[in-house]
Design a protein around this ligand. Structure first.
Ligand code: BDR
Ligand code: CA
Length: 304
């Protein structure tokens, strides 16, 4: 049986890399494209990393499309330190022949989704939401056409990781985050409250290294470097939920994102107003972390 169609919009990034490998190692999913957005590193750097990761996994057939080089509003945000200078924790991708496609990521996302029957394509958005917001602005029917929009972003009721209240992806483009969360798409939101519970463990590293294949060893090397600065395996949670939704629990909430400059910039706020017309999203708030880590190790080890 063919896998379920999936687009991954990302900024690799070590945890993005692990998310991509998890998807590629899972026959339930058919990765139709990887689209890139500036976030953890520059657009050039994350696009290079996406192409290199696909080559590493022997999947250079998956097209890559470059997207936004910065957020919708000029912002004074820095790249992430957690992923090292190259974005992959010092892991050097081997030379590869493929290059990114001509289309902008926002157009590629819209074209792929609109070419398939409604409610069939899932979009996993694990970087700043600029490409997704642009795609929704260009093709308003797109939000309602997705099967699911699974997002890593936000810090709902917990401290942020880039300011006291803001999470990295939302901070990079808070306007885009607000556009997307109010779009009415069928959203599952994986915020820091959830993803901080899924952390790099010695058992995970040992399982990947015991697999012994070149992909699993590369994943372990990236995670070892990343774990010096951030233990949470944020982005792979999004993919794990597509594979094993029973490992996660969720609550319907209305979530707003503040995009006013100042101390509350990019804060995620639960809208409790009973008269609110803001669409509900699924806030993912429970996880069986050990089972997610086992799934990760098993699927990535399969890639070799
Ligand atoms: C998010 O920010 C990035 O550094 C990670 O890749 C993840 O998508 C966590 O806040
Ligand atoms: Ca990311």
């Amino acid at each position: 049986m063919a896998g379920a169609p999936l687009i991954i919009d990302c900024d690799p990034g070590v945890d993005d890399a692990i998310a991509i490998l998890l998807a590629l190692g899972s026959p339930e999913l058919d990765v139709r494209a990887v689209t890139t957005v500036a976030g953890n590193r520059s657009l050039d750097s994350v696009t290079h990393n996406a192409l290199g990761l696909l080559a590493l996994a022997g999947r250079a057939d998956v097209p890559v499309f470059r997207g936004a080089a910065r957020g919708l509003l000029p912002r004074n945000v820095r790249f992430s330190f957690a992923h090292g200078d190259d974005g992959l924790g010092g892991y050097e991708v081997l030379p590869f022949a493929a290059s990114a496609g001509e289309a902008h990521a926002a157009d590629a996302i819209a074209d792929i989704v609109m070419a398939e029957p409604p409610g069939t394509v899932t979009l996993a958005a694990i970087g700043p939401l600029t490409n997704v917001a642009l795609a929704f602005a260009k093709v308003p029917a797109l939000a309602g056409r997705l099967k699911r929009l699974a997002i890593m972003g936000g810090a709902v009721g917990v401290p942020g990781n880039i300011t006291p209240v803001a999470e990295f992806n939302f901070m990079h483009d808070a306007v885009a985050a607000e556009i997307v969360l109010s779009s009415g798409a069928a959203i599952d939101l994986f915020d820091l409250n959830l993803t901080r519970r899924v952390v790099v463990t010695d058992e995970l590293l040992a399982a990947l290294e015991a697999g012994g294949g070149h992909v699993a060893l590369a994943a372990a090397a990236m995670l070892r470097a990343y774990a010096q600065r951030d233990l949470a395996i944020h982005d792979p949670c999004v993919i794990a939920d597509l594979l094993a939704p029973g490992l996660f629990g969720r609550t319907a909430r209305r979530i707003a994102v503040d995009y006013r400059p100042g101390p509350t910039d990019a804060q995620s706020i639960v809208d409790m107003d009973p008269a609110s017309t803001r669409p509900l999203v699924n806030l993912v708030d429970e996880v069986e972390a050990p089972a997610v880590l086992s799934l990760l190790a098993e699927r990535i080890t399969r890639l070799g």
